[in-house]
Write a protein that binds this ligand. Structure first.
Ligand code: CP
Ligand code: NVA
Length: 309
């Protein structure tokens, strides 16, 4: 457990394969213990600051509940509280918070803001979503895959929709564990070439593969899990109408599921837009594990906090 103490988690690559697997093991243990009524106070007296510049349901509530269940405490600071960048610079926020709390979870726009906080704070900084990555979601998806499929190596994930922050964390975190990813995005909305190159290298050394297509049916053909996310992420609201047109063929619906193996599961990081990237029928259907994954945010973040703070 000591290996991660004091470290930052600015992106999924801050954990190596051994650390990722140990985190998943601890998360499963804490989940089972919590269900049995055993909540060890591993973070008694510790405080986590939540510096959030974007809205959140899951991330806020799971970080707050995680701290409470581990015997600690969380302080929520919204965009209007700190006004980072105008009222106060990220380095000064970092230098101030480190005097009062034991860690910072930050949800922001530019990844550079996460990096600036990490650079200037002597306490751990955790990425609770940036425009670039959403590493906590990758951890929750991994725990869900492990629970539902009983393995990670050899699993085939299909990503249908936007080449966004969540996909980037999946590519940089999952391929190293032997998970293959087939990506179907409209050409203009694909993942950046550098992320793709790194993920392909990782996949090759782990016996997995990364494929890119603009045909959703091709991506889901061999999938164990089909994943999608909002067509317009937070901060892209002005592009929403144009994106609805560009992504019209990229909806996860019953017709697309019919092109996938009968056993394929479906997930979504949520919040979902029923009738856009996914139909209500599929999201609320028997193959959806989206809300199991939402719960698993709590368990993986407890494991993360217990190891890092
Ligand atoms: N999936 C996720 O991060 O949800 P919130 O934006 O509600 O935190
Ligand atoms: N890609 C989405 C994820 C929301 C949890 C966004 O950044 O808005």
């Amino acid at each position: 457990m000591a290996a991660l103490r004091g470290r930052d988690f600015t992106g999924i690559r801050d954990l190596d394969v051994g650390e990722l697997l140990e985190l998943l093991r601890l998360a499963a243990e804490l989940k089972a213990r919590s269900r049995a009524g055993d909540r060890p106070p591993l973070l008694s007296g510790k405080t986590l600051a939540l510096v959030f510049e974007k809205p959140s349901l899951r991330t806020r509530v799971t970080f707050e509940a995680a701290m409470l269940q581990l015997g600690g405490h969380a302080v929520y600071l919204g965009a209007q509280d700190i006004q980072m960048g105008s009222r106060e610079s990220p380095p000064d926020v970092a230098r101030t918070l480190e005097r009062a709390v034991d860690g910072i979870a930050v949800r922001t726009f530019a990844q550079e803001t996460v990096q600036a906080l990490a650079e200037h704070a002597r306490i751990p900084v955790l990425n609770a979503l940036s425009d670039w990555e959403h590493p906590c979601q990758a951890l929750a998806a991994l725990l869900t895959i492990q629970e539902r499929l009983g393995r990670l190596t050899g699993v085939r994930l299909a990503w249908v929709g936007d080449g966004n922050n969540v996909l980037r964390s999946f590519l940089l975190g999952m391929t190293r564990l032997g998970i293959s990813i087939a990506i179907a995005t409209p050409p203009r909305y694909g993942i950046d070439p550098e992320t793709l190159r790194a993920a392909r290298e990782d996949a090759a050394s782990a016996g997995a593969a990364v494929e890119v297509t603009d045909d959703p049916a091709q991506a889901v053909a061999g999938a164990d899990l089909i994943y999608t996310d909002a067509w317009a992420s937070m901060g892209q609201e002005a592009e929403a109408a144009a994106r609805r047109q560009a992504f019209a063929r990229f909806q996860v619906n019953a017709a697309l599921l019919a092109r996938a193996p009968r056993t394929a599961l479906v997930s979504h990081c949520l919040p979902a837009h029923r009738g856009e990237e996914i139909t209500g029928e599929v999201l609320d259907g028997p193959r959806s594990v989206a809300f199991d994954e939402a719960e698993n945010r709590l368990h993986v973040q407890k494991a993360l906090l217990a190891q890092i703070l």
